[in-house]
Design a protein around this ligand. Structure first.
Ligand SMILES: NC(=O)c1ccc[n+]([C@@H]2O[C@H](COP(=O)([O-])OP(=O)(O)OC[C@H]3O[C@@H](n4cnc5c(N)ncnc54)[C@H](O)[C@@H]3O)[C@@H](O)[C@H]2O)c1
Length: 438
């Protein structure tokens, strides 16, 4: 067994999940090495810059710098190794575990008994047992606790602790979000638990197995996708009925039990809610189970950008305009407010739909100057016949008042997040539509 540096950790994958954990572990007195395959990200982190918009994390990194590298051999001397690489789907919406398997292959020669390897990436039930354990077992000289759970001999200890962090959320952070954790042996589970108990300030629930921990994360995220799909369906139905769904949700939310508000919008994006259900759908298929509910939810949510564009077309018609040739400003490209992450963003799909309908599309996102086609909100508004508020960044919402919307050509406001002061806008000459509040 090689000598391991006490209280040292390697975090593999320095993105929205890995970097906050790396900074927090540093803050809690751990020696941290960050590993990634993206040289550009590594350079930025070594220069003290967070590679994406996150002011709180930037402050953390300023105070607790991280040393980042590509060299997988750097895991050799650390006590704890965390894997936080992406788990995307391919173009057929099938799970793509390549980042996880390649990260593991890269570090495999450098692992040793006594280390604790924790998978934080989101995976469906069965990936730990059926993919990760067999992959680690290809190193026949490395004892693995998953292979001999009750042995007290030193082994590589394996656990799954899915991350729940919610980028852009100042209240719930990597530090105070409770964790679930599933290991393979008493000692291994305890070691993984000890790491989190030392680093975070929240309860850690030990699950009966790694599979149960995998299933918890999938349950949480499919719950959210289904509930958003449900409220999107209700919004479309209420649009047909002329009922304002936001008022109805506010009414329903007065019930102190058995109702949890979810809100309609132009779709679901990001690397989690719009992806994880496909992991469960694929897993169900492997064992002969058809996840009809999850598939329907995905379909409804995937269809919301089209629905948003359909509302726009109706409103353009009211002004005797066709989408082809009209100037449409898409405001906000990120998948959710106040972040710069565009992965699977419904706003991107909206842009594609508008472009294929031959609209002149102007894009402005204050968090994404490189993807914006104009430099300011004013410039976007100046050129537009219609706007679609596709992401409700606080700054955009605050600026989109009846006064700023008073522009020569601007006729239509599609508030795809129901975030604007619709009553004030409806008092002007502008045609306003939300999602479920037309
Ligand atoms: N983003 C979220 O809000 C969130 C929340 C909870 C859980 N998760 C889960 O956490 C995992 C990571 O998500 P993320 O949003 O941080 O992704 P991300 O893309 O922001 O970061 C992942 C990092 O891993 C790096 N990487 C890719 N392949 C690698 C490899 N083989 N070796 C080393 N590094 C590699 C990438 O370059 C990237 O920097 C995913 O499984 C995701 O589902 C994400």
């Amino acid at each position: 067994m090689s000598t391991l540096t006490p209280k040292s950790a390697a975090i593999i994958g320095l993105g929205y999940v890995g970097l906050p954990l790396a900074v927090l572990a540093r803050q809690q007195g751990w020696q941290v090495i960050g590993l990634d395959i993206d040289q550009n990200k590594i350079d930025l982190i070594n220069q003290g810059q967070v590679p994406f918009a996150d002011q709180a994390l930037q402050t953390g990194l300023n105070n607790y710098p991280i040393s980042a590298a590509t060299d997988p051999s750097q895991v050799a001397s650390v006590e704890v190794i965390i894997i936080a690489v992406p788990t995307p789907v391919n173009t057929s919406n099938e799970p793509d575990l390549t980042p996880i398997t390649s990260a593991l292959q890269n570090i495999l020669p450098h692992l040793s008994a006594g280390q604790t390897l924790i998978i934080e990436s989101t995976i469906n039930p069965g990936v730990m047992d059926e993919i990760i354990v067999p992959l680690l077992q290809t190193r026949s000289d490395l004892p693995l606790d998953a292979a001999v759970p009750d042995s007290d001999l030193p082994a590589l200890f394996l656990a799954h602790c899915p991350e729940r962090v919610n980028p852009g959320d100042d209240k719930w952070t990597v530090k105070n979000i409770p964790r679930v954790l599933g290991g393979y042996s008493r000692i291994g589970t305890q070691k993984a638990r000890d790491f989190y108990a030392d680093v975070i300030d929240a309860p850690i629930k030990i699950m009966g197995s790694a599979t149960e921990a995998e299933a918890v994360k999938i349950l949480e995220n499919t719950f959210r996708d289904i509930n958003i799909a449900y409220i999107n369906e209700m919004a479309r139905s209420f649009d047909a009925l002329g009922i304002d769904i936001i008022n109805v949700i506010a009414g329903a939310a007065t019930k102190p039990f058995a109702f949890m508000p979810h809100y309609p919008g132009n779709g679901v994006g990001g690397h989690c809610i719009s992806v994880d259900p496909y992991y469960m759908i694929a897993r169900g298929k492997q064992v002969g189970f058809d996840h009809q509910f999850l598939k329907l939810a995905r379909q409804i949510n995937e269809d919301m950008p089209q629905y948003t564009v359909d509302i726009l077309k109706q409103d353009l018609k009211k002004h005797h305009l066709d989408i082809s040739g009209s100037s449409i400003a898409v405001l906000g490209l990120a998948y959710k407010k106040d972040v710069s992450d565009t992965r699977n963003s419904p706003a991107l799909k909206t842009v594609e739909l508008l472009q294929s309908a031959k609209a002149n599309v102007v894009i402005f996102d204050p968090f994404l100057p490189d993807l914006s086609t104009v430099k300011s909100l004013n410039q976007a508004l100046d050129q537009a016949d219609a706007i679609i508020l596709a992401c409700d960044h606080t700054d955009l919402v605050n600026q989109l008042t009846p006064q700023t919307l008073k522009k020569a050509h601007l006729k239509i406001i599609i508030d795809a997040k129901n975030a604007l002061d619709h009553k004030a806008i409806k008092k002007t000459d502008l045609t306003y539509s939300g999602i479920g509040r037309s």
